[in-house]
Design a protein around this ligand. Structure first.
Ligand SMILES: Cc1cc2nc3c(=O)[nH]c(=O)nc-3n(C[C@H](O)[C@H](O)[C@H](O)COP(=O)(O)OP(=O)(O)OC[C@H]3O[C@@H](n4cnc5c(N)ncnc54)[C@H](O)[C@@H]3O)c2cc1C
Length: 457
């Protein structure tokens, strides 16, 4: 059933050169890069804070998989980590911890950083429509408390994670795996207070031991918990007894763009969180005095729409370490794909050959194996002033389980923001950007050599 909306006039709130939609890792990277290149830049974010999944789902331990590898985040991603650490030294007591954010401090850090760098940030600005003219997005429509408003821009960068702008513009997309479009499960993360840090750290990393123990208990069928999740990753443990991030609850069969599914996912995950909280409190040393400090404000997703671009990055490309002449990011080969199938967790072979359909794919970084991301995967088909960055770029389902890494999302964002400013300078669409100049700019900002190819990188 459809209803026809009468034509109505929408006030134009603002015009800008570059409009970034979504203030997660990709959006922050894109907005900073565009602004630094001199473009007037507006960033729209539907929530009341920046940071995307890092702040909204407590994913604070982003780069744990790089520990002990030759890799580190590059460019703006690196700058943010270093700058954040200077202002907010880590309060994490866990031994050998890789870099960790405190998501509440990160919100403030990002507010200040983007303001300092001249990005005009508008929070509570939900984008759900565009107006198209001559193969271009003429205006992006935001929903606000004051009604719909339009923002016009020369260049738009979709960093919504769900590809909402591209979707509104009618760009074809894929979602989930090919066979049934099922996505990875959604998660509401948990934060605990009152943990006994002394006890938990008395013989090493007690939280790590709890994770291992839980894995075994789950596999032997001892837990009796209804959530199909066998892993129990933790974030920071602080002197104040805070465990900043318990990544446990998983709701399966959720379409991240459907409000009925989202409502079910939020409700299910909240219950799973209560279950695991009670389980830990009853069974694990150091948890007996804990209470739930908070649950993350919104269910978080690891994958959603993936926009059809000029090049679709595949897992075969990544595994073959394929070199692209238009490479804009080099990243360690690390895949983490929670199976979309509930109850299949024990059946997987745990590596990429399983394609994620038989179980959890989890491949740690090995040696200096890497993959490249081509610029064309950031350029959606059929439009002349849109770029995408972050987890919704053009990639296959399993490929996305590597593409979604937070620091890589900042990097693809930085590449898109830099490309957008070159489009403005030369008055050309994204497809005509001088790629060697784009690469040179990215390399100057700290990206690894992007142009060499080969396995000696
Ligand atoms: C539980 C969980 C654990 C994870 N663990 C890790 C990990 O350990 N390491 C790692 O590297 N990655 C991890 N990930 C993946 C990672 O968080 C994401 O892939 C990454 O955050 C994607 O960045 P992004 O900027 O593309 O999208 P997001 O982080 O999703 O940010 C998108 C932003 O756009 C905003 N937005 C969305 N739609 C609109 C709209 N229509 N209008 C305006 N604004 C909009 C959102 O509010 C959000 O701020 C995890 C994800 C989850 C859910």
């Amino acid at each position: 059933m459809f209803i026809t909306q009468p034509q109505k006039q929408i006030p134009v709130r603002q015009k800008t050169q570059v409009l970034v939609v979504g203030g997660g890792p990709a959006g922050v990277g894109a907005a900073l890069a565009a602004s630094r290149m001199g473009a007037q830049t507006v960033l729209l974010e539907k929530r009341g804070f920046l940071g995307g999944n890092v702040t909204a789902c407590y994913v604070e331990t982003c780069n744990y998989f790089m520990r002990g590898t030759p890799f580190s985040p590059q460019g703006i991603a690196r700058e943010i980590e270093d700058g954040y650490d200077r202002e907010y030294p880590s309060d994490d007591l866990r031994p050998g911890a890789p870099h960790r954010f405190h998501s509440e401090y990160l919100k403030v850090y990002l507010d200040d950083l983007l303001a300092r760098e001249g990005v005009d940030v508008k929070l509570h600005a939900f984008v759900n429509d565009v107006i198209l003219r001559d193969n271009r997005i003429d205006a992006v429509i935001i929903q606000t408390k004051q009604g719909a408003q339009a923002i016009q821009a020369d260049l738009v960068i979709d960093c919504t994670g769900d590809g909402d702008v591209a979707f509104a513009a009618g760009i074809p997309f894929e979602q989930g795996r090919d066979t049934d479009h099922a996505c990875q499960p959604g998660t509401v993360s948990l934060r605990l207070a009152g943990a006994d840090a002394g006890l938990l750290l008395s013989g090493g990393d007690g939280l790590r031991e709890c994770s291992q123990r839980f894995h075994e208990e789950y596999r032997s069928g001892q837990t009796g918990l209804p959530c199909y999740r066998q892993d129990l990753p933790y974030g920071r443990l602080t002197r104040a007894g805070i465990i900043s991030y318990v990544n446990y609850s998983c709701a399966y069969g959720i379409d991240p763009t459907d409000i009925d599914d989202l409502s079910r996912g939020e409700r299910e995950c909240r219950h799973y969180n209560l279950d695991i909280y009670r389980y830990m409190k009853a069974n694990y040393p150091g948890f007996s005095r804990t209470e739930i400090a908070s649950m993350s404000p919104e269910i978080g997703f690891r994958d959603s729409r993936r926009i059809q671009g000029l090049y679709r990055l595949t897992i075969e490309d990544m595994e073959a370490q394929k070199h692209f002449e238009d490479c804009i990011a080099v990243y360690p080969r690390f895949y983490d794909m929670l199976t979309p199938d509930p109850g299949m967790l024990q059946a997987g072979d745990g590596n990429v050959a399983g394609r994620g359909y038989q179980g959890h794919i989890y491949e740690p970084v090995q040696g200096n194996r890497y993959f490249e991301v081509p610029y064309r995967s950031l350029i959606p088909v059929n439009l002349d002033n849109l770029l995408v960055a972050g987890r919704c770029i053009s990639a296959g389902h399993v490929a996305e389980s590597g593409v979604r890494a937070i620091s890589l999302c900042v990097m693809t964002g930085q590449a898109a923001g830099t490309a957008a400013s070159l489009c403005l300078r030369d008055s050309v669409p994204p497809v005509c950007v001088p790629v060697s100049e784009l690469q040179a700019l990215l390399m100057a900002s700290g990206f690894l050599s992007l142009t060499k190819g080969g396995s000696d990188r």
